[in-house]
Write a protein that binds this ligand. Structure first.
Ligand code: HEC
Length: 395
């Protein structure tokens, strides 16, 4: 019953997180698009201090949007700030991290074949990595490096790569990935809370007094907002990555993570350049090419695949016994695992037909990668993987 309630809680928190994140990133994409699409306003608008305008039709209504060069002469009564999208995404993200990874630390954080941590040690490493990541980013923003966009980006990438490597040495692969995503998300929400909102408050105060806001604040907010912008595609990838053992489950998962962060930020660069009037479609084409190259480089080793097919014939009884020992604790109509009481993903291995039907997925998750059994909870050996692989190839 407890596990059942936990699953519904998990579903609720995940829904809230995805919805708030869609609202946050959606608004962020919308404003980048808006800035890129503004047109020179007619004279009567330009005289009022309007720098760009745009007309749109959406959901059966006409919209007239205007962007001011500085602040409007009189401030409107209601000004929308777009901050709660960011805060609620971070809060629900932390809640999800706790509900899934920290409450279920035994199942989701600890891989005893790497380091046999206690739950509290694993949680400590996870929380510590968030604090370290956020602290590093904020400290880096206070050095002269901040003035050099490319160098700053490369230093952050190098830092995240080292963190991904370090976490992958001590935590389960999924947990290592998710914590890199959480570090980036924390820096992004931190930018909104610590820098963008306070700067905008100063600007609004100046405008209310009829003064021209000091551009220092606008520029400072703009820079952090640009950082956030480059982080959007990488962070969305990392949040989805737990569905893709081809990434986190790879021997060099930390390197794949770094390569995909770089590719995602590069793709975003296309849209940011367009903002400055430069359209370079080759950026998007090369990002797509990089994606394909990463996929090719990370493909399962040929030798491993060949090794699984040679060797003596494996009988059905042998295969059933391996699956029975290592998989059916979770993947059965009568699951006995302490955490997964209902067969995960609806996958059950109670008879030969069910097993054969999942041939490709079993090869992908237990033979070509070591992603299943989940965090190798049932301690499957490499020998058993080879034998099971050979049997599956014979089918
Ligand atoms: C401790 C519990 C546990 C054990 C033991 C376990 N699994 Fe899983 N399995 C999961 C969970 C949780 C999921 C769903 C999450 C996911 O897909 O990563 C899953 C999903 C799967 C999927 C479906 C997802 C897909 O890729 O299509 C397959 C196939 C699978 N496991 C194969 C296996 C095999 C083969 C074994 C034994 C060698 C095994 N599992 C042992 C927990 C377990």
């Amino acid at each position: 019953m407890e596990a059942y309630i936990h699953d519904w809680l998990h579903l609720l928190v995940r829904l809230l997180h995805v919805i708030t994140a869609v609202a946050w990133i959606g608004a962020s994409f919308y404003f980048v698009w808006l800035d890129n699409s503004l047109e020179t306003p007619p004279k009567e608008k330009a005289d009022k201090g309007i720098k760009g305008d745009l007309w749109a039709i959406h959901g059966g209504g006409f919209y007239e949007i205007a962007k001011y060069r500085n602040a409007p002469a009189t401030l409107p009564k209601h000004l929308h700030w777009f901050k709660w999208e960011a805060y609620s995404t971070w809060l629900t993200g932390m809640a999800l991290l706790i509900v899934v990874f920290y409450v279920g630390a035994q199942s989701y954080m600890i891989d005893s074949t790497k380091v046999d941590l206690t739950s509290w040690q694993a949680i400590g490493i996870g929380v510590g990595s968030l604090l370290l990541g956020f602290g590093f980013y904020e400290a880096a923003c206070r050095t002269p490096l901040i003035k050099h966009d490319l160098a700053f980006g490369l230093v952050m990438l190098a830092f995240l790569t080292v963190m991904a490597w370090a976490l992958s040495q001590v935590l389960g692969d999924r947990a290592a990935y998710i914590h890199i995503g959480a570090i980036i998300g924390t820096c992004m929400a931190g930018n909104v809370f610590n820098t963008i909102m306070p700067s905008q408050r100063v600007m609004v105060e100046a405008a209310a007094k009829g003064e021209t806001p000091d551009p220092y604040y606008g520029n400072k907010a703009k820079l952090r907002s640009t950082h956030n912008n480059y982080a959007t595609i990488p962070v969305v990838f990392i949040m989805l990555s737990n569905h893709f053992p081809i990434t986190y489950g790879h021997e060099y998962g930390w390197l794949i993570l770094a390569a995909l962060i770089l590719t995602g930020a590069w793709a975003r660069h296309f849209f940011n350049l367009r903002h400055h009037g430069k359209t370079k479609p080759m950026i998007l084409v090369s990002a797509l090419a990089a994606f394909v190259v990463i996929a090719w480089l990370a493909k399962p080793a040929e030798q491993a695949a060949a090794a699984t097919t040679d060797g003596p014939r494996v009988t059905d009884v042998q295969a059933l016994s391996i699956i029975g020992d290592r998989c059916t604790a979770c993947h059965s109509a009568n699951a006995t695992d302490d955490v997964f009481k209902v067969a995960p993903a609806g996958v059950m291995f109670d008879n030969l037909d069910q097993i054969k039907a999942m041939k490709d997925r079993i090869l992908a998750r237990s033979v070509h990668t070591h992603d299943m059994p989940f965090l190798n909870k049932t301690q499957m050996t490499d020998d058993e993987r080879a034998v099971l692989g050979r049997w599956l190839e014979q089918q």
